[in-house]
Design a protein. Structure first.
Length: 650
């Protein structure tokens, strides 16, 4: 089987490799101490005209003398010299240490190292540009695309500077460096053919922007998301299986060969002491992006989908996990396509990636990292001829180990290199999605069940004493009411559920499917969270009641009403658990062992979306009222509420 050497479109490849053709003619360029600084106001008019017309091919030929002058000037400067002599040109960056570290690595770097340097530099540039005019509690552009079209940034940097940034990071017909690198389209072979000068040019742009910002008032107050990220990352399991990637990549029947140098590089990173986890994490994300795109293109019979394009949106790991890429496929998609893809990649790996990369309330590792939102503000010290700064790699240990296990699992799906005794399925089967709304829903149900048991134990009651007072027949006429959920099933079900929903929305215009599944799951998650808080509050009251301590006279006087309330709350909690379980199984597609089975289950539901919205609205209002009344010890209002609660409604 032959593999393409590049996944770039011919146009993109011609732009990225253009500077290499000018290397031989760069030796006679005049240089001085500031040759790496570009004065955007004095760019040649033909360059400005080409950039203004978005004629990026011509625009890239014209500034080659600038690009090579910057290269020849910068390649002779050490990071220490850059910091001591030109620190005023980089103070606008969010992390000076990151810039100096990456700059110091560039000389004599391998293609894999250049890939790593570029993606980290692009993230730093994007976040730093975004914080120049960032203000709290006010919408500000925070992605490269929006930044380059913002009037505020143009006012700070000038029209010509924005044009040059658009050449590097602009639309799909520009060099589009950030997207092509971060989404894994650039292979080691491409990097070899790009020449050296173009890799120094983004560093020169940073310094030139710094020169332009001297004596200008800038905010530089945009906060990093690293504190929130670290809290979320603590829940990720870091004790995961280890296997070298290189041999697996070479035996896998996908387009891994052009990227084999990246797999070797990742293995070398994990063999270092200490392990540079941030470097590894960046490279893992790039390789996962590339592998998933190739598998997606093959599974959906759309080979062109693995390449970059100027005529359509790229297929990215984000668009795959969020099911947007399915809309790019130029022919109808079926359950067979989805099942073929989930078999090639392993649906459990896809579930893990959905949880940590795309879930709205999850760590969103790739998104946060690629946009520079996980940066630090580190101080720099000079010791001899070295720049000294804090090492932050350990903060990314859990994420790097988790995504490495995902990459190994993808590569090992069809590889027979390793004996059956090494079971990659063990860690996958044990993974519990903690962030995706569908996984959170199951977690909340189980937490409510646990709190209900604790509540009943404190009040000397059992589940068998509770009546099932409110009917579910109108919603689920032919189902049992003693069904349960298990967290262990989510990892197997999540991707199939999402696939079935995508096929359902594409094939059905029925009014009972007008609401997206994630919207239903997210709304239920909020409702269950409020009810869980209400249960936990009433447990504290029950505990004090049993001890008859720390009770106000009002609470003691209302003890009888509280006893009645115990039964009402217990029976409502039991009903809520069962209703949510049935919704998860039959309205969200948790029932069924295949995508086709889940489609059959979903098609069997006939309740109109307006009625379903009414039900969820009632549950939401009930949770709000219960939480408020419990915190105020309003047991009489709670009992009155349940007396009037409809036994059956549609």
């Amino acid at each position: 089987m032959s593999y393409p050497s590049s996944f770039l479109s011919p146009y993109a490849r011609s732009l990225l490799t253009r500077s290499s053709f000018f290397d031989a003619a760069s030796g006679d360029l005049p240089l001085n101490d500031n040759s790496f600084v570009i004065d955007f106001d004095f760019l040649h008019p033909p360059i400005i005209a080409s950039l203004s017309d978005h004629n990026y091919a011509a625009a890239l030929d014209l500034p080659q003398p600038y690009i090579h002058r910057c290269y020849l000037s910068l390649c002779c400067i050490s990071p220490c010299t850059l910091y001591t002599d030109f620190s005023d040109l980089i103070v606008w960056l969010s992390d000076l240490a990151e810039f100096l570290d990456l700059f110091g690595r560039l000389p004599n770097s391998s293609p894999s190292e250049k890939m790593l340097i570029m993606v980290r530099l692009f993230s730093l540039i994007e976040f730093s540009l975004g914080r120049l005019y960032w203000k709290p509690k006010q919408y500000c552009a925070n992605t490269m695309k929006n930044l380059l079209s913002s009037a505020e940034l143009e006012e700070l940097l000038g029209f010509n500077c924005i044009l040059v940034l658009q050449l590097l990071f602009g639309p799909v017909n520009s060099m589009n460096l950030r997207n092509l690198f971060w989404h894994g389209f650039v292979s080691p072979i491409d990097i070899k053919e790009m020449g050296l000068a173009i890799f120094y040019f983004p560093f020169a742009i940073v310094l030139s922007i710094g020169k332009r910002l001297l004596n200008k008032k800038i905010h530089n107050t945009r906060p990093s998301r690293i504190p929130d990220f670290l809290l979320l990352q603590e829940s990720l399991n870091s004790n995961l299986p280890y296997l070298p990637l290189t041999d697996l990549a070479l035996t896998r029947l996908v387009h891994a060969t052009p990227f084999s140098a990246y797999f070797e590089f990742i293995d070398s990173l994990f063999s270092k002491t200490p392990i540079p986890y941030l470097d590894a994490l960046c490279m893992l994300l790039i390789c996962l992006s590339k592998l998933l795109r190739c598998e997606f293109a093959a599974a959906f019979d759309w080979i062109d989908g693995q390449y970059s394009s100027e005529d359509r949106l790229f297929v990215t790991i984000d668009s795959i996990l969020q099911f947007e890429a399915v809309g790019f496929v130029p022919h109808p998609v079926t359950a067979t396509h989805f099942e073929r893809f989930s078999t090639a990649v392993d649906r459990r790996v896809l579930a893990v990636l959905c949880d940590v990369l795309s879930a709205e309330n999850g760590p969103r590792i790739r998104d946060r990292l690629s946009h520079g939102e996980l940066g630090f503000s580190r101080s720099v010290k000079i010791a001899g001829n070295r720049c000294i700064f804090e090492n932050v790699d350990h903060y990314f240990k859990n994420s790097a180990n988790l995504l490495r296990a995902c990459l190994v699992s993808v590569l090992a799906t069809t590889s027979k290199r390793y004996p059956d005794s090494f079971d990659l399925r063990e860690w996958l089967s044990a993974y519990i999605p903690l962030f995706h709304p569908i996984g959170v829903l199951v977690l909340k149900v189980l937490q409510i069940q646990s709190s209900l048991n604790e509540f009943l134990t404190l009040t000397n009651r059992t589940l068998h004493e509770l009546n099932f007072r409110w009917s579910l027949e109108v919603w689920f006429p032919s189902t049992k009411h003693n069904l349960t959920l298990s967290q262990s099933t989510i990892i197997d079900q999540l991707w199939y559920m999402l696939s079935a929903w995508n096929l359902l929305s594409a094939s059905s215009t029925r009014p009972h499917w007008s609401v997206r599944p994630t919207a239903i799951a997210s709304r239920l998650d909020l409702i269950l969270s409020k009810h869980l808080n209400a249960l936990r509050d009433v447990i504290e009251v029950a505990r004090r009641m049993s001890l008859r301590s720390e009770l106000s006279s009002r609470q003691l006087a209302s003890k009888d009403r509280f006893e009645i309330c115990v039964v009402n709350l217990g029976e409502y909690s039991l009903w809520l658990i069962q209703l949510t379980t049935l919704i998860w199984l039959y309205c969200l597609g948790g029932a069924g062992s295949s995508i086709r089975d889940k489609l059959d289950v979903l098609f069997s539901q006939t309740v109109h979306s307006a009625s379903r919205a009414k039900l969820i609205g009632l549950m939401d209002r009930a949770s709000d009222k219960l939480l408020m009344w419990i915190r105020k010890s309003k047991w009489e209002q709670i009992n009155s509420f349940f007396e009037n609660f409809p036994p059956c409604f549609t």
